[in-house]
Design a protein around this ligand. Sequence first.
Ligand SMILES: NC(=O)c1ccc[n+]([C@@H]2O[C@H](COP(=O)([O-])OP(=O)(O)OC[C@H]3O[C@@H](n4cnc5c(N)ncnc54)[C@H](O)[C@@H]3O)[C@@H](O)[C@H]2O)c1
Length: 397
Amino acid sequence: MRCLVTGGAGFIGSHTVDALLERGHHVRILDNLSKPVHLKGKPDYLKDDAEFMLGDVRNKADWEKALDGVDTIFHFAAYQDYLPDFSTFFHINAVGTALMYEVAVEKKLDIQKIVVASSQAVYGEGKYRCARCNRIKYPGIRPQEQLARQDWEIKCDECNSTLRPMWTNENRVNPQNQYAISKYTQEITSINLGKRYDIPTSCLRYSIVQGPRQSIYNAYSGACRIFSLSMFFDQAPPVYEDGAQQRDFVNVHDVVAANLTVMESSKADYKVFNVGGGKAYTVAEFARIVSGVFGKQIEPDINGMYRFGDTRNIFSDISHLRELGWRPHFSPKESVEEYVSWLRSMDGIENVLEEAQQKMRKLDVVRDSKQSHDTSGAKYESVSAGSRHRLKIEATH
Ligand SMILES: NC(=O)c1ccc[n+]([C@@H]2O[C@H](COP(=O)([O-])OP(=O)(O)OC[C@H]3O[C@@H](n4cnc5c(N)ncnc54)[C@H](O)[C@@H]3O)[C@@H](O)[C@H]2O)c1
């Protein structure tokens, strides 16, 4: 096969490139080496066997060159940081994807398959159940006032009791931020244009992906990066909310296997699949996994910080993709071990963590409940004032 991997210099893209090369395919990478992901230019893990094309998915001429002679596309290039330049998400993620189909259709290219990276983020809070009302719920984001008084749980819109999170399958989306909306736009563009023009297309909604080569420079860092970097420098990992948020984590090698599974199966055509770890962990549990890998007894720093717009719980039901024979093989502990050994091989990472945190605070993405005000101007008291809770971390894509 002659494959194009957009975003092939990045985390998931580069691992997919390696797997394709190992299978003897010809691989071309289209990547603009965007910052902050590639703060130090072209990464040295890129194999010479892959043809590298510096270009931008927002540029039609770049697509024309990149798609020349290609029969299979893995479209991973995306804008991901959780920053308030809303339009960038749509230019890169949505318009970039539309251009891919535009060029393929205009030039009547013989594309056999397109695999598009989507995200668990399209579910927002995902699926919940209210035991008291006996109803399934798809809640919106928690109000600022609720978070400011450190009332973290999702409440029923009818009876106000705490909702129970459930495994979220592919049936219903509820995107709630610029990234999620742009990824869902990308998804429906891909599935519908693919169907209309007979270009077999599959979209994969990855859960939180973990493993080596995940850029340490993104401001909106994942739990693995934040915890690992903190522990690396003997700092208490900053944990948001109370650490009881639930997530599922999937190893990058399992993600690569999922990419290849849908590429090879016509049963996956024009369908969307969750790609997750199959097990839910609280953020506190995940922090313990990271500290276990480092063998350090450092308590997480739970000090009333939270990220406005973060989901409380989300974990994906992966039974749909299991039907194609795929299943996750790696545990979060194995992912962290591999990530940490990669981290140890890097230089000049001392200020990365603090710089990312400062940027998030400056942009008002990370907020401090102890400094929040209600609408009348009265200051909320921090529930945890004087007594630090154990644990709390973040979410991700
Ligand atoms: N990592 C996760 O946990 C996760 C979770 C869900 C979904 N995803 C999705 O998976 C895909 C890959 O994510 P990743 O973690 O490997 O990200 P990454 O940032 O490591 O890689 C993305 C690559 O895309 C390139 N890129 C960005 N903008 C570009 C543009 N305009 N033109 C050309 N190239 C551009 C970047 O330079 C980078 O090399 C993305 O579509 C992302 O939305 C990732």
